[in-house]
Design a protein around this ligand. Structure first.
Ligand code: ATP
Ligand code: MG
Length: 470
């Protein structure tokens, strides 16, 4: 195959010319080649030279009018940006691994050595930039064929490839999900055998791949492979424990692993927000430890939203996910995920809706998306009933928010106001009065208004034996 037509961009011409002047051979390699053939957009281009990669990068940058170039001396690599393009230059390398580390010993190698160390046949293809065969695809392992067949296969023995650098197992799952490729049987079995090797990979690397899976259009595909290969068990046992069904007195509960994946896929149709997607993954995470069988009721999972919310920081910490506002957001979603539908179990009171709006604040729309995605059942009548309830809550939320504006509710009288009015120093009375005002507004006893809140506050203060400071 020759791709000279597809690489007509000036970048490739300039690099060819500079390589020729330096007397080195240079190739485009890896993901860019794969994506070019698949027709997927990719602006990261990796170049591999048989020698002098850094000099080649310097000269090419100069010829393209680029001044800023990053050089990594220890690795002999260089990188620069050219418009929307990210260009990376390396020397061809040969790698040898030890048992303890995924960081190999590296020595100078040939193009062939460099292709041997790649993770998958479809990622090992190179395009020659030499003038005698410009554009020719160098494909020693049948990557073109595998692209055609949509399979992921390692260039060398899969057991060695995965054991050498176990991160490749996560990459296999990620590519299977992103590209809708199948992991070829031998590879799949090798991943099962080597899953435990994931323990030499840093959590950050694992999580980077996991997040790429979660950002796919249909992440259930990746999670099912993670489960079936045993990879998920290595870093996310809480999710594994969602798997399985128990039956008592002829009553079974649903399999919460597949339910969670269904919710996640549903959500992905309406949201690209990584943290909302994480909320879907975590929403039922504490169902296993809260599961009970109650006579006459069936299976219950009381309090799983509270326990789940408490688990979020622990799990995020272990997975090296951020412990900032993103984590807090997930925590809030997990805690509140049952509320919108639960509201409809009683008569839907304005007060309950106001409280939900108050607690969810600006995240109410995200919460409603999660809640909508959580409506899954094999029982079509049940789905229809929940959907109808969901619509009622949505309508009520819109009406009440327009009327009362409680989404970003700030009490009309602040703690400082209270301290000044009653000449108090900070103490528990202030909290009591503030809360009483907040509750009165959310319950519709008074309106969200300074004068009404002031009058209400005086009544409350009286019962606490406080006097207004004149
Ligand atoms: P994407 O950019 O979408 O993540 P990619 O295939 O370009 O996909 P990169 O991480 O950018 O992935 O790596 C570029 C190339 O380097 C890959 O195509 C592959 O040839 C090689 N590569 C990356 N990581 C590994 C690895 N862990 N083991 C072997 N080869 C790898
Ligand atoms: Mg890339």
């Amino acid at each position: 195959m020759n791709l000279s037509q597809a690489i007509e961009h000036r970048i490739f011409q300039v690099i060819q010319a500079e390589a020729q002047k330096l007397g080195v051979e240079v190739y485009v390699i890896g993901g860019f080649v794969r994506d070019l053939i698949l027709g997927r957009p990719n602006t990261d281009i990796d170049f591999v030279a048989n020698m002098h990669g850094v000099e080649l990068a310097r000269n090419a940058a100069k010829a393209l009018g680029i001044k800023k170039i990053d050089i990594f001396k220890t690795y002999g690599t260089a990188h620069f940006r050219f418009g929307e393009w990210d260009l990376e230059f390396v020397n061809a390398r040969k790698e040898s691994y030890s048992r303890e580390s995924r960081n190999p010993q590296v020595e100078q190698g040939t193009l062939q050595d460099d292709q041997n160390r790649r993770d998958f046949t479809i990622n090992a293809m190179a395009i020659s930039l030499q003038s005698e065969n410009f554009g020719e695809v160098i494909d020693p392992f049948g990557g073109l064929d595998d692209l055609e067949k949509k399979i992921l296969r390692t260039p060398l023995d899969p057991d060695i490839t995965y054991s050498d650098d176990p991160l490749r197992m996560m990459r296999a799952v990620r590519f299977a999900n992103q590209l809708h490729f199948r992991i070829e049987e031998e590879s799949f079995d090798a991943i099962k055998r080597n899953a435990e090797r994931l323990n030499i990979v840093s959590m950050e690397r694992i999580t980077t791949e996991l997040n790429k899976i979660i950002l796919c259009a249909k992440p259930s595909i990746g999670f099912k492979i993670l489960f079936d290969t045993g990879l998920l068990h290595r870093f996310f046992p809480e999710m594994v424990r969602l798997h399985g069904v128990e039956k008592r007195n002829g009553i079974a509960h649903k399999d919460n692993f597949y339910h969670t994946l269904q919710v996640l896929d549903n959500l992905c149709e309406t949201s690209d927000n990584l943290w909302l997607r994480w909320s879907a993954i975590m929403h039922d995470i504490a169902k296993p430890p809260t599961k009970r069988f109650e006579e006459g009721v069936g299976w219950t999972f009381h309090g799983h939203e509270d326990v789940g919310a408490r688990w979020v920081p622990k799990i995020f910490g272990r997975l090296k996910l951020p412990l900032d506002h993103s984590m807090k957001f997930v925590q809030k979603m997990v805690l509140l995920h049952l509320r919108p539908i639960a509201l409809t179990k009683e008569e839907i009171s304005d007060s309950a809706i106001r409280r939900l709006l108050f607690e969810a604040g600006d995240d109410i729309d995200e919460l409603m998306k999660l809640c909508r995605a959580d409506i899954t059942s094999k029982n079509e009548a049940k789905v229809q009933r929940y959907l109808a309830n969901y619509e009622i809550v949505v309508q009520k939320l819109i009406e009440l928010e327009e009327k009362d504006r409680v989404r970003n509710f700030q009490p009309p009288i602040s703690g400082e106001d209270i301290m000044r009015i009653f000449n108090l120093s900070p103490g528990r009375e202030i909290g009591i009065i503030k809360n009483a005002i907040k509750d009165a507004i959310l319950d519709g006893v008074i309106r969200n208004d300074y004068d009404e809140a002031y009058a209400f506050m005086l009544q409350q203060a009286q019962s606490l034996g406080l006097k207004v400071e004149s």
